[in-house]
Design a protein around this ligand. Structure first.
Ligand code: R2B
Ligand code: URA
Length: 319
């Protein structure tokens, strides 16, 4: 991270409450997160849990749990039982979330954080601000961010992982526009090209391509679907739009990459966005895969990141 990009106002805060995590700078963030090197972010809490479990099972990294035994008092029995249950879970190899889980679910396994970011750029942006401040207070250095997501492919087969070179706005421009004091400010959205190439180089049997990722603030209308509750476009207009995006190098459409790329570029954090295609949008709009197929698809970007992490460690084997 580029320290010069950090908000200088943070120095004036006695305690910074990371409200959506239920943590604050007064907690032992250094002890919990000081050694973090990888932050894997994904939309759903279930996938953040599954990825944490895979890190443990395949890389042998320890699941970390920082809960403390509550005071033994009448009325706190539930909390005591929860703590014992968490200890048991961790010892049996089941990840336990850190902080509150009302908005995001965060796990720590070895030097990797696995955390959910919800759906859409606003939800992901909040997570990005808080996780970055958290790592700053923790004194973590040389960490990288990854988004492991799902998407609609544009001219790629379901199951293919698109490693993004950049995020695109629905206009097809490589930009993310945020409102600052009510005025639009345009940010650049390109991802670290060396990291993207390195990740593609360790893909092994995983189908993965480099391409641009278009981010929409909606699943239906803005993604040019014909199957929303209302529809404002014809099938021809949809095809022309998707073909135009394809011509610009777009290989998938989702809801976070542009804001993610913009945040990481602004903060100087090396980042990669790897989203699997659940369908080919040139052929349809509905996601018709079975839960088993969807599970197998979302395994692909997770496996790719595990292979990447293993490749950065001397002698590490993926089980
Ligand atoms: C991909 O999948 C979600 C919508 O179903 C959204 O978070 C995204 O980017
Ligand atoms: N997520 C999206 O945002 N779009 C799709 O088509 C599939 C998953």
């Amino acid at each position: 991270m580029n320290k010069a990009a950090l908000n200088p106002n943070l120095e004036q805060l006695k305690v910074d409450f990371l409200y959506h995590f239920g943590l604050s700078s007064a907690d032992d963030l250094r002890g919990m997160f000081g050694d973090t090197k990888h932050v894997a972010m994904m939309g759903s809490a279930d996938r953040a849990y599954t990825f944490a479990q895979k890190l443990h099972d395949q890389l042998g990294d320890p699941i970390q749990y920082f809960g403390k035994m509550p005071e033994l008092q009448f009325g706190k029995l539930g909390k005591v039982m929860e703590h014992i249950w968490n200890l048991l879970s961790v010892n049996l190899g089941y990840p336990v979330p850190i902080g509150k889980t009302e908005r995001y679910s965060m796990y720590k396994v070895g030097d990797t954080i696995s955390v959910s970011h919800g759906m859409g750029q606003p939800s992901h942006s909040i997570l990005l601000h808080e996780v970055t401040k958290m790592l700053h207070y923790a004194g973590a250095t040389d960490f990288k961010y990854y988004r492991l997501g799902t998407s609609g492919g544009v001219g790629v087969e379901p199951g293919t992982v698109v490693v993004a070179d950049k995020g695109l706005a629905p206009s097809g421009r490589a930009e993310y526009v945020i409102d600052v004091l009510g005025e639009p400010v345009t940010l650049e959205t390109d991802f670290d090209p060396d990291l993207a190439q390195y990740i593609l180089g360790v893909r092994g049997n995983i189908e993965a391509v480099l391409g641009s990722t278009m981010s929409a603030d909606d699943f239906y209308t803005v993604q040019a679907r014909l199957d929303g509750a209302f529809c404002m476009i014809t099938p021809e207009e949809k095809q022309n739009y998707l073909q135009k995006l394809h011509g610009l190098g777009t290989r998938n459409i989702e809801m976070e990459a542009a804001a993610f790329g913009a945040f990481c570029k602004k903060m100087g954090i090396p980042a990669a966005c790897m989203c699997v295609a659940l369908l080919n949008r040139l052929e349809g709009d509905q996601v018709t895969s079975t839960p088993e197929q969807l599970g197998a698809f979302s395994d692909n970007p997770q496996q790719l990141l595990i292979q990447y992490i293993a490749s950065t460690r001397q002698g590490q084997k993926v089980a």
